[in-house]
Design a protein around this ligand. Structure first.
Ligand code: GCB
Length: 596
């Protein structure tokens, strides 16, 4: 059906216009490892129109062939969008002032030149991230959709593709809704669009879908485990090599899956010595290559062990947010974040509150930074909604699949500041268990709230967690620090605790009394007091204050905020340090000195 169809008014009366696109939804199981693969970038200029009323889906704009007006059989409301372009990756909010507050659907279009498709070959479009829902069309046909604003997805376009010129359309919808992950209420800006890289991937008839190479759990660094899964349930042999460690080793693949453990004693990866090995894995003519670090990770009582050694996490939280580029992160941005964290003396970062760009974990592997990665199960998610759960679990699996070979990633965070209700316990307990099952080599945590009745670290979810994350803002939202002392005294967590957030706002350059809100002096005073009180609790095995840089958020509208959360240790210019930066840096320096 096209806009020229028999009843030209049908779409005016059809409110179920979006249902058809839920059927082709892709998720974690459609992902493909990109390790060392060749891909063609589809970034650059795309045609672009905003579509506040969803006319594109209602009228099926994608079904009309782009053609000159002289050839039209009926009037159209869309003709390819070529009158306006946008460059990807980008957050549309930052491209034009009049798009800043736009929340809704938008259409991206471009041509795609394809060489003839070889029999059996798979042609995929990989989208690094689209916030929040994306629907993809090729040559007038719907080819797949995706939910979740921060994880990559793959759309197989083989059946709709043709040699020569193709027309690719992507509708991206960033509307906030109560049943999404996150829901409509967050403390960060809801940037929209295709804000991470897009590429075209061509794969052989049978390809390596996924692989993992790690230290075999429980063997204290003496053995390596390799896992592989293929795109088809074949019996085959996979060959894995690790430069400098011997091999190759041969994995018997049965029904498309294979696992092997073998003796190898790699030098261990740590933030101080981030040793990476060149790993390659081949099977049925397909080869993937990666640089992989090996380390062990465990929890014993209230302690975290990295390579068998007691680990104290000196952390800082960070958002993906940029004054000029919104949620787009370049390698330079990511490296600057790590450089600032290193200048603070950090060995750990919490990548809040959603999966960050995949380059973050790759670069962290290289520069030596431990990471907490999380999914946006934030505040009052619809915990009783099965569809919301499916979305959250899919985002978790997509994140794990994407980053499972990154030694730097030590913790999967399954949520942030969620009230301890039965529905939440069931939802997040299942998520934590799913993370453990999918990846037994890492620790699972969540940023929890304190129990207000017992005034203690007590949350029913902790039964499912390896590490308890606690967000607390004594000295800021709760001005009296006595509460923090009482909390720490009342608590017997029995597991390691990380203070996953604490902090205070300060307008960069604003000096004055250390009791006046929003001065740098007050922020520094809050840090001093927090750090000295937290040092008294043995079970606090890490601190991760909120936050490295000021970031945009529509929740904050006081004159001193004007749409910004000012809890950064640096201003939004990512250059101006506030007083508290040095307070934390001094504290971490002393901690690191006592460790060595
Ligand atoms: C929190 C949230 C974080 C907010 C922060 C704040 O507890 O987890 O997303 O931005 O507090 O500044 O209030």
């Amino acid at each position: 059906m096209t806009t020229t169809d028999i009843d030209p008014y049908h779409h005016l009366h059809d409110e179920n216009f979006a249902d058809a696109y839920a059927r082709g939804r892709v998720g974690a199981t459609a992902m493909v490892t990109m390790a060392g693969r060749a891909a063609t970038s589809l970034d650059g200029a795309w045609t672009f129109v905003l579509d506040l009323y969803d006319e594109g889906l209602r009228q099926r704009w994608f079904a009309d062939q782009v053609a000159p007006v002289e050839t039209w059989a009926a009037p159209r409301d869309y003709d390819g969008g070529g009158w306006q372009t946008i460059t990807t990756p980008s957050s549309w909010n930052m491209v034009r002032p009049e798009w800043f507050y736009f929340e809704g659907g938008a259409w991206y279009g471009r041509t795609l030149q394809l060489d003839p498709i070889v029999a059996g070959e798979h042609v995929l479009v990989r989208i690094g991230a689209a916030n929040y829902e994306a629907r993809v069309f090729l040559n007038g046909r719907f080819v797949g959709s995706h939910r979740g604003g921060s994880t990559p997805f793959f759309i197989d376009i083989t059946a709709a593709a043709r040699a020569g010129e193709n027309w690719l359309l992507i509708q991206v919808d960033n509307r906030r809704r109560s049943d999404r992950v996150p829901m409509h209420h967050t403390d960060w800006f809801n940037y929209g669009g295709l804000y991470r890289e897009i590429s075209l991937v061509r794969l052989p008839a049978v390809f390596i879908r996924d692989f993992a190479v790690m230290l075999a759990p429980g063997t204290d660094g003496q053995r390596v485990r390799a896992e592989v899964s293929l795109s088809a349930p074949l019996d085959a042999e996979a060959v894995v090599s690790i430069a400098g460690l011997g091999g190759p080793w041969r994995i018997a693949v049965k029904g498309g899956k294979g696992t092997l453990e073998f003796d190898a004693r790699p030098e261990l990866w740590s933030p101080d010595a981030p040793k990476l090995y060149d790993v390659s894995l081949s099977c049925t003519g397909d080869t993937v290559r990666d640089r992989i670090g090996f380390r062990t990770l465990a929890v014993r009582g209230e302690h975290i062990l990295l390579n068998g050694q007691d680990l104290l996490l000196r952390g800082i939280c960070v958002h993906e947010d940029d004054v000029d580029h919104g949620k787009v992160s370049s390698d330079d941005d990511i490296r600057r974040r790590f450089a600032h964290a290193k200048a603070l003396g950090c060995n750990f970062m919490r990548l809040a509150h959603y999966p960050h760009h995949e380059r973050a974990a790759e670069i962290a592997d290289e520069v030596g930074m431990l990471l907490w990665e999380e999914i946006p199960v934030y505040w009052a998610i619809e915990f009783a909604n099965a569809d919301t759960y499916a979305d959250a679990e899919n985002q978790l699996h997509e994140l794990i699949r994407r980053d499972r070979n990154r030694a730097s990633v030590i913790i999967w965070g399954v949520g942030n500041e969620n009230a301890d209700t039965d529905a939440r316990l069931s939802f997040m307990g299942r998520l934590a268990d799913a993370a453990k099952k999918a990846d037994p080599s890492r620790l699972v945590s969540a940023a929890c709230l304190i129990n207000r009745e017992t005034f203690a670290i007590q949350d029913r979810l902790t039964e499912h967690l390896d590490i308890i994350g606690i967000n607390e803002y004594f000295g800021w939202y709760e001005p009296d620090f006595e509460g923090l002392r009482r909390l720490l005294k009342n608590s017997r967590p029995g597991k390691p605790v990380i203070i996953t957030e604490t902090g205070a706002d300060a307008v960069a350059g604003s000096r004055g009394s250390d009791t006046t809100f929003f001065t740098e002096d007050k922020q520094a005073a809050v840090y001093r007091e927090q750090l000295s009180i937290l040092a008294t609790a043995d079970y606090v095995r890490g601190i991760c204050p909120w936050i490295l840089y000021d970031f945009r958020t529509e929740r904050r509208q006081a004159a001193l905020q004007q749409g910004w959360n000012r809890k950064g240790l640096l201003a939004a210019d990512k250059t101006t340090r506030k007083l508290a930066f040095d307070v934390l840096a001094d504290h971490y320096r002393r901690l690191a000195d006592t460790e060595h």
